[in-house]
Design a protein around this ligand. Structure first.
Ligand code: ADP
Length: 505
């Protein structure tokens, strides 16, 4: 029998105001993993009030003292690596190496944030006036709403929360409704670390709880990772309030460019990883492969062969490459985009929308299974399937002729600007791509997936405003003060501005 878990508000585990609960399900089996109290507006209100109340005291601690709590979390993440990796895989269906990598990425982020507490914080800045000392100092902004998605259920929460807490803000976190069990375990870790009451609060539930959080006047910063639809709604709402700030990281219609100078071994390897790892459910997954005509046929036959045979199956099995999709509604969405592509008259090369019964592991018949869907389309055709984000193993081959400028033009022909990669042995092509693509994350001779916490992460255009990551999240959750101090008894101004006060006498 599965347990019913509570929310964590103001230092206590509480069912909250609602009697409504929801379940977490294993997407590979539909087994129930746990039952969770569904957060209401009243629960959000209580959590924000607690975070607001706790802020003054929390900000008064030194950064190093605040980081000490996170070091405890860091050790627990490391000590429980195998166990938590398996829980990630059971709750969100990513194959086991990805489940474990999610936990590793989380402790890397905690290590970065807690380690940063002992690093210089702010800048000493020169002044024109010799007697003036000028500094840039930072202050925490206050209550921070962290709204996270299901696909990195341990890593992304720490991308949001680790730096935020070290910088002296308090947190109300709403994990994704698909992965509340990971949310529960992270909250237990915060409690184990002895984090003071109200500094960290967990509200479980759905978009309505997230919306209530964004709406609360006491929330100063919203950190959001998720869909472009929700992210843009949040950005618009927050922009109406001058006290608030939103840092949003959304999806993409990412591409891999394979030029005529590509090493095709790298190209095929990188393209398969970019398109099918995490069953295409990464915000950086690639749904467009832009391939030069001189290498097109060879690339196509090698890519198609792998797409036909790539292993879909039990995500706990180390031989599996692709696990299930997160939920039945998402399976419907991916399936309907595959149908849309057919309706838009593209040339379908691989269609594993319906997997063979023999491909589905025993006991997993109820999982949200789908395999790769690969097609050829004309990059100049105005198609929904090549321009809208599917968030699944749905990938278009777009053949191009001409130079790197043409490839980059196709790459940039999207409203999104998150991630991309180029495969080429020609450094001029690589550098042109680097300098002219409209992307937040760009890779050369690599898949277009794979983030390390010490690098900025985030996109441009419809993909976000590039904040929620290690260094950049500091900008989002603090305000800067330019602090100038006079060491002289005289007042002297910069730019030759007179400091004399003249009077009518
Ligand atoms: P995905 O498509 O990856 O599930 P969503 O944008 O739907 O992305 O969800 C990401 C997070 O945002 C989840 O925690 C979800 O509950 C939350 N969310 C959904 N709708 C809203 C909303 N209107 N306001 C705030 N948060 C929301």
């Amino acid at each position: 029998m599965s347990r019913t878990y509570k929310q964590y508000i103001n230092g206590s585990w509480t069912a909250g105001e609602s009697t409504e609960t929801f379940e977490s399900e294993n997407p590979a089996t539909h087994e129930t993993l746990g039952t969770f109290h569904r957060g209401t507006e009243a629960d959000v209100e209580a959590a924000v009030a607690a975070a607001d109340e706790a802020f003054e005291e929390w900000r008064s601690y030194s950064r190093i003292d605040r980081a000490e709590y996170l070091w405890d979390v860091y050790h627990e993440l490391r000590d429980r690596h195998e166990e938590l990796g398996e829980i990630v895989t059971r709750e969100c269906g990513k194959e086991i190496s990805e489940g474990k990598a999610d936990v590793t990425e989380a402790w890397h982020m905690v290590e970065w944030a807690a380690g940063d507490a002992r690093h210089p914080n702010g800048d000493v800045v020169p002044s024109e006036v010799a007697a003036k000392d000028a500094y840039m100092r930072r202050k925490p902004r206050g209550v921070t709403a962290c709204i996270t998605p299901w696909n990195f259920p341990v890593a992304i929460p720490f991308w949001h929360m680790a730096v935020t807490l070290v910088e002296g803000n308090t947190v109300v976190w709403k994990p994704a409704e698909q992965t509340p069990w990971c949310g529960q375990i992270i909250a237990e870790m915060m409690v184990d670390a002895g984090i003071p009451d109200g500094v960290f609060n967990l509200v479980q539930g759905y978009g309505d709880a997230g919306a209530a959080l964004v709406d609360d006047d006491r929330v100063r910063t919203v950190l959001f990772t998720g869909s472009a639809e929700v992210g843009h709604e949040i950005q618009q709402q927050v922009s109406a309030d001058p006290h608030k700030r939103a840092a949003c990281e959304m999806g993409g219609k990412n591409a891999v460019v394979i030029t005529e100078n590509a090493d095709l071994d790298i190209a095929v390897h990188a393209a398969v990883m970019s398109s099918f790892k995490t069953t295409g459910q990464r915000c950086v997954s690639s749904e467009r492969l832009i391939v030069h005509t001189n290498v097109y046929d060879e690339f196509k036959s090698r890519f198609v062969e792998l797409a036909e045979s790539v292993a879909v199956g039990d995500p706990l099995d180390e031989e599996t490459f692709m696990g299930p999709l997160i939920e039945p509604e998402h399976l419907d969405k991916v399936t309907s985009y595959n149908e849309l592509a057919r309706d838009e008259d593209v040339n379908v090369l691989v269609d594993r929308t319906e997997l063979d019964a023999s491909e589905i592991p025993d006991g997993h018949e109820d999982g949200n299974w789908v395999g790769p869907f690969v097609y050829e389309a004309d990059p100049d055709d105005d198609l929904r399937c090549t321009s809208e984000e599917v968030f699944g193993p749905h990938v278009a081959l777009l053949e191009y002729d001409g130079d790197i400028e043409r490839a980059v033009e196709i790459q940039n022909d999207t409203e999104y600007g998150l991630a991309g990669s180029i495969i080429s042995e020609d450094y001029r092509e690589l550098n042109y791509y680097r300098d002219h693509t409209e992307l937040g994350l760009a890779y050369a001779n690599l898949p277009c997936i794979g983030a390390e916490v010490q690098l900025p992460f985030g996109g441009v255009k419809k993909s976000g405003n590039g904040y929620p990551s290690a260094r950049e999240v500091i900008e989002a959750v603090t305000d800067r003060t330019a602090w100038t101090m006079n060491n002289s008894k005289e007042i002297e101004m910069a730019q030759g501005l007179s400091a004399d006060i003249t009077t009518s006498e």
